[in-house]
Design a protein around this ligand. Structure first.
Ligand SMILES: Nc1ncnc2c1ncn2[C@@H]1O[C@H](COP(=O)(O)OP(=O)(O)OP(=O)(O)O)[C@@H](O)[C@H]1O
Length: 951
């Protein structure tokens, strides 16, 4: 198999044998320590002897490019797989172990011993180096199965009483492969969310102002409308404010519901009409920003609000003259503002007092100002947009939105009364604002319409017109083109009226048709190395195509702990002499001001740390780390995003990930990144953990972070053998963007062996050795310190808790009972499933639970992780918004609720499955398993005990 062009920077001892420095045993009696040392020395001698034997029969391994900084973990063996057939491909059969070392072909399965470290030579080829491996192979062991790890080699903190067994990653069993009957790769369809290039409906045809058209083209490179824009713009652009006449009050405007695929341009669909409606006011000499807020856009998360705010700023930087020479900006009164709790309330109040005609906000913060900021002038608000409506509801903003609607209405009525009084008294109130009777247009935007969105629509919209992108028209010429030209508005309304909203049961959420959707069935213990392999091959193939702008990949995980763990693990693992690691996080320069500027430190980027009053570095420095790099992914930056990071870290992380860069970047994220985020360079989305909430819709939202606005993209789902039925289930839930009857969406299976071969390169089964080395590198990292081990355990238990919250409908695929906990532990680089968590990690878990629960408790102020004063507002915003922070809070709440309902389970053969405990508990279990609650968690009582460390 051809190499993919990525160098595998494995560090190996010159002997080619697994020789590691034995970690000094700390603590305990000195006699124990001496004995431990002696044991370690003996085992080291044995290893050396083996090495000598091997090197006598095999050529000496090539020099290694670099050595790890430290090899703290113990010598350990991983059992080799039993012999199994050679791969069909071409690899010449080798007769002896030594022959296999020299052969061009890689080792056969029977010869590959999964040793922790073997030689690797690095030969650069073109921009990305090619793996070129010369390795020494110790004799294959016939006793496949777990091998003993000397007890002394385990750091005291994690040293179990019994000898430790390390199971091999690969066994003689074949890896899951796509069924031979499975269809070959399906060609992806024509882009379904692209601008309509061949459609003759132009922005001008839809009624857009030439000023805006020019601005879109020259400054934003937007030339043709997308399908949804073609549908809704004629109506929405049809009522600009006309300062020359008092509005016709007999025809109140209808509200609007916009539903379209991910990446189809919904943001411009509502922003363009808002700007075009307000533009004529620029003619009025008395108009300035003190007119107050005229349009409010609500978004569920801060990231999204900030993204929308940027688009608004781009739009309002337009010039009000078509004269190319005279490119002055005339929309100076049209100032936009962002309220997300990122700055102090006092600062926000001051900006509101001055006037912010266009306001983008998260719901909690807006309601706060409506209730507490009297100088907030919003009585004249003419547009209220609820973007990502489904997410707003998911995050529990229903009551907040009710409050906002009520407050806006109250302020408006008050103001009208004052105006009327002034008018009656001859004060000329109506002269100041003659558009009162027009009312407010409410716009609701969503990629999906489900019962929750319908509820919100019923609550917030009056007589709405529903606009959807009409897939039948796709990119072809519109048969209604003439109608559109003659009477654009009428045609658009008719078209909208003709849309039949399917019943909920028939509603299907369609991913973009140009998106290539794949899945890999992966044995649980191979998950981590398969992730590395997939990332390596995606990065390598993207590098060949697009080196200028860089490529972006998002990896979705189920919990914040898991995001932190994987990010730190990949950024911290030492496969070679690479200095980039999380260690360098303390190296960042300090900045007294605590600026949000970033600093490059040894391949990492941090937000400059704040100095505390005593001149000590803030304890938040770790949470302010922005990027890491890894020897596994050359020239690639690693980022993370989740709701428990401080706001400025979240924002800086996102900025750093999203910006154009010649380096590829990977973002590890929770579902906080699944909705609305528009990151045009995202080439692939990997769902390492499938969504625990939101089912197929959440899946489609996540994959929708790629393949936007007509661009291509890949989506990968990692599933285990037990979850295989999830594939047809999710396929069935998705609609086809090209219309009904066009055949369902199909996910293509890719064999895990293909993924590993492509990612690790090499010949024959060499990928197995390389994967094993990587795995052992990870395990060493975990053993490297109590912090790392605690991170791994925390991530492991969070995974289990999150897994347990899959809704009832999905329990048939995602049941904790079918998860092999030992193998799962391996995927968190743990050598065994943590039976008990150490007190330190349990206390961390408890603490984080406390933080979470206090964050969701209305009225209670959540302690900001940095513990610094100014950010208090930030934290408070999260509380005030209810569940503003992320879906995590909600997930965790549901999770703990589920956990509380559990019966007692025992661990059996690595699986949680058998029931142990009193009859009463048995009954509880049976009822919960029989469909009693929404979340049935099998064995979480045991898990809870594991998590809390109680026996
Ligand atoms: N007419 C157009 N021509 C070219 N690009 C466009 C056009 N309209 C929007 N875009 C671009 O398409 C991308 C996706 O737009 P947007 O973020 O509004 O999608 P969306 O429908 O809101 O997706 P999601 O449901 O995921 O939030 C953006 O980068 C935007 O600039």
């Amino acid at each position: 198999m051809a190499d993919d062009g990525i160098e595998l920077n494995f560090a190996v001892p010159a002997s080619g044998v697994a020789v590691r420095h034995v970690a000094a045993k700390k603590g305990g009696r000195w006699t124990d320590r001496v004995k431990a040392k002696r044991d370690a020395r003996d085992s080291y001698k044995n290893l050396k002897q083996t090495a000598t034997n091997v090197s006598n029969s095999a050529p000496a391994p090539a020099p290694v490019p670099f050595q790890p900084k430290a090899q703290p973990a113990p010598a350990s063996f991983v059992a080799p797989p039993k012999p199994r057939p050679q791969p069909a491909a071409s690899v010449p059969q080798v007769g002896s172990v030594s022959a296999s070392v020299n052969a061009v072909a890689g080792p056969s399965r029977s010869q590959s011993i999964t040793k922790p470290a073997v030689s690797t030579i690095h030969k650069p080829r073109s921009s990305l180096p090619t793996p070129s491996v010369s390795r020494s192979h110790p004799p294959a062991r016939s006793d496949a199965g777990p091998s003993r790890l000397p007890a002394t080699s385990i750091p005291a903190s994690s040293q179990p009483k019994a000898p430790q067994f390390i199971s091999s990653l690969f066994t003689a069993d074949p890896l899951p492969a796509p069924a031979s009957s499975s269809q070959p790769a399906q060609p992806v369809g024509a882009p379904s969310n692209a601008p309509l290039v061949s459609d003759t409906s132009t922005f001008a045809d839809l009624g857009m102002d030439p000023l805006l058209i020019r601005h879109l083209k020259n400054k934003m490179h937007v030339e043709n409308p997308t399908g949804i824009q073609r549908s809704c713009l004629p109506y929405m652009l049809s009522s600009p404010l006309d300062p020359d006449q008092i509005e016709d009050t007999s025809k109140p405007l209808r509200d609007v519901l916009i539903q379209a695929q991910t990446g189809s341009g919904k943001t411009l669909s509502y922003l363009l009409p808002i700007i075009q409606t307000l533009l004529p006011l620029s003619k009025l000499s008395y108009i300035d920003r003190s007119i107050g807020t005229l349009a409010i856009i609500l978004a569920p998360t801060r990231e999204l609000a900030q993204q929308i705010s940027k688009v608004v700023e781009q739009l309002i930087s337009m010039s009000l003259t078509l004269d190319e020479e005279d490119d002055r900006q005339f929309t100076r009164w049209l100032v936009s503002g962002l309220l997300t709790g990122g700055s102090t309330r006092t600062h926000e109040k001051a900006r509101l007092r001055k006037g912010l005609p266009i306001l983008v906000s998260t719901p909690g913060r807006l309601l706060d100002h409506l209730q507490n900021t009297s100088s907030f002038q919003c009585a004249k608000t003419m547009f209220l947009v609820l973007d990502e409506a489904d997410r707003l509801m998911d995050l529990g903003f229903e009551e907040t939105i009710k409050g906002i609607l009520k407050a806006l209405e109250g302020r408006r009525k008050n103001e009208i009364n004052i105006e009327k009084e002034m008018d009656e008294e001859g004060g000329g109130g109506a002269m100041r604002w003659n558009f009162w009777n027009r009312g407010r247009t409410n716009i609701l935007c969503s990629a999906t319409v489900d019962p929750k969105v319908e509820k919100l629509s019923g609550m917030a919209l009056r007589d709405p017109i529903v606009f959807r992108s009409n897939p039948e028209k796709g990119t072809q010429d519109s048969p209604n083109k003439k109608d559109m030209k003659d009477d654009a508005v009428k045609a658009a309304i008719e078209e909208a009226g003709a849309i039949v909203i399917p019943k909920e049961s028939e509603e299907k959420f369609t991913p973009p048709s140009q998106l290539s959707q794949k899945y890999v069935v992966i044995p649980t213990k191979l998950r981590l190395v398969a992730l590395v392999a997939l990332l390596r091959s995606l990065i390598a193939s993207a590098a060949k195509v697009d080196t200028e702008k860089g490529t972006k990949i998002i990896v979705f995980l189920s919990s914040t702990d898991s995001v932190d763990f994987h990010w730190k693990l990949l950024g911290g693992v030492q496969m070679g002499d690479n200095n980039a690691s999380a260690d360098s996080e303390e190296d960042g320069e300090e900045d007294e001001d605590g600026n949000e500027s970033t600093d490059e430190v040894n391949g990492t980027t941090t937000i400059k740390s704040r100095k505390t009053k005593k001149g000590k570095k803030s304890s938040s420095s770790e949470s302010e780390l922005i990027t890491l790099s890894s020897p596994l992914f050359p020239n690639t930056t690693l980022h993370r995003l989740h709701g428990s990071l401080p706001l400025r870290t979240r924002m800086a992380s996102l900025r750093s990930f999203a910006g154009p860069s010649s380096q590829p970047s990977v973002l590890f994220a929770t579902s906080v990144a699944s909705r609305g985020l528009d990151l045009p360079l995202v080439r692939a989305v990997i769902q390492y953990d499938l969504p625990t909430e939101g089912g197929a819709n959440e899946y489609v939202h996540r994959v929708g972070r790629t393949a936007r606005a007509g661009k291509g993209g890949e989506a990968w789902a990692f599933i285990s053998q037990n979850e295989i039925d999830w594939v047809p289930w999710v396929e069935n839930k998705m609609g086809n963007a090209e219309g009904e009857g066009k055949g369902g969406v199909k996910l293509q299976q890719v064999g895990v062996e293909d993924v590993l071969r492509k990612g690790f390169g090499g010949q024959g089964y060499e990928f197995e050795n390389r994967a094993t080395e990587v795995q052992l590198g990870f395990e060493r990292w975990v053993l490297d310190g109590t912090q790392n081990a605690a991170l791994a355990r925390k991530a492991y238990s969070s995974f289990i808790r999150a897994y347990s919250t899959h809704p009832l409908e999905e329990k048939k695929f995602f049941h904790i009972k079918s998860v092999h906990l030992g193998h799962l532990a391996k995927s968190f680089a743990l050598r065994e499933a943590p039976g008990q968590l150490s007190s330190s990690s349990s206390s961390t878990t408890k603490n984080s639970t406390k933080v979470t629960s206090s964050a969701t408790a209305p009225g209670k102020k959540r302690k900001h992780p940095s513990g610094e004063g100014d950010d208090g507002d930030d934290a408070e915003e999260e509380v005030r918004g209810g569940k503003e922070l992320t879906a995590r809070n909600e997930t965790e709440r549901r999770m703990y609720e589920a956990v509380r309902k559990q019966g007692r389970m025992i661990k059996s053969g690595g699986k949680l499955g058998e029931f142990a405990g009193s009859n009463k508990n048995k009954k509880q279990h049976m009822s919960s398993n029989g469909g009693g609650g929404e979340f049935q968690v099998y064995g979480t009582s045991e898990l809870e005990r594991m998590v809390s460390g109680k026996k």
